[in-house]
Design a binder for this molecule. Sequence first.
Ligand SMILES: [Ca+2]
Ligand SMILES: [Ca+2]
Ligand SMILES: [Ca+2]
Length: 405
Amino acid sequence: MDEEGSETVLDPHSVGKMMDLTGISALHARNISGRGVTIALLDSEFYYDNETAERLTADIVPIYADSYGKYEVHGIACAELISSIAPGVKLYLVDAGSTQEEVTAAIEGLLNLDEQIDIVSCSSDFPFGGFDGDDAVCEEVEKMTSNGTLWINAAGNQALCHWSGEFIDPDGNGFLNFSPEDESINLTMERGDDVSIWLSWEDDRDAAALDYDLRLDYPGRGRSISDNPQRGYRGQEPVEMIRLTAPRDGTYHIKIRRYDGAGSPGRLHLFTTQDLDEHRVQNWSIGILGCCRNVITVGAINISTLQIQPYSSRGPTEDGRQKPDLVAPDNVTTYSYISDGFAGTSAAAPFVAGCAALILELFRDDPDVDVRRVLLESSTDLGPEGPDEIYGRGLVNLSNLEVNL
Ligand SMILES: [Ca+2]
Ligand SMILES: [Ca+2]
Ligand SMILES: [Ca+2]
């Protein structure tokens, strides 16, 4: 964590202090705990031991078949935060797998429950697609939001490992120029580091006709290539992907190549699981779930300084909607990640989901109240004045609620 000199520093690992600061503790004192509210937590890791189980004060309903390894705690860390903020909720723990098909299946399962889900908290996303709210999985998400569910999604942690732009090739050699002099993005890795790289672009999603390829040159000899055909045939998607365990230390070079016959090219997005050394584009770095319409997308601020985390993904969406919507703290204490803070926008999303549950209980008897609007409008502006592409509407803050209790 960054040292911030003489600034007032909160306990860096205390979710309790953030609960005081954002009006949650005051609502608890008035016996508001999210009672009668249902939250579905979509994740793929639900391991917990007895000690952590004591922290899960919500009414837990598991919807998963797997048993999890000792380090698969991500979803339970999210559940701990929701339990702290909204201990009165009924919390469904839903294994949503790791693919868009699995997320789709999980959503169908939720739609078939006898019970209405008030809030979804999702701290996963996908780094390839249209990023414009029209990706196939967004249709599923909209089935829930149009049914009255509030979908809260992590913005992602990709601001430092993303590039996007148009295909520019002034020397006409087929390789994209990231700058006039540079046709590759450098990536420094040590032997054994794992990296995944995704390239996707604006094209027909089911019958892509622009043929781009992705290449990763190793230091010294060797390279990986992803060269799926895109010739306008059914089933050809505008996606390339490379996954590699680095064979040696050094600087790797990412290149994008275009074949003849490509029509007028749209914008491309490149995401990696490692920070890029250069040519980073922090904007447009939110995943496709965070870009779905009516989703509340949550970035992460440093709990000590209330400054945006450098990795917190930023908007806008490809169709020009402002994102993220809100920010909340990360690096909060959980039993699941006992020795470290729970870092990333993954921690920020369940924080907001818990707050939404408190608002729902507060206004349950007032059908005219739009909870989504209350959540957004009660936030505290941060960063550039007014809504912006870094902090959205600002920090979720229930102490701004105007309500007679
Ligand atoms: Ca070139
Ligand atoms: Ca290709
Ligand atoms: Ca602002």
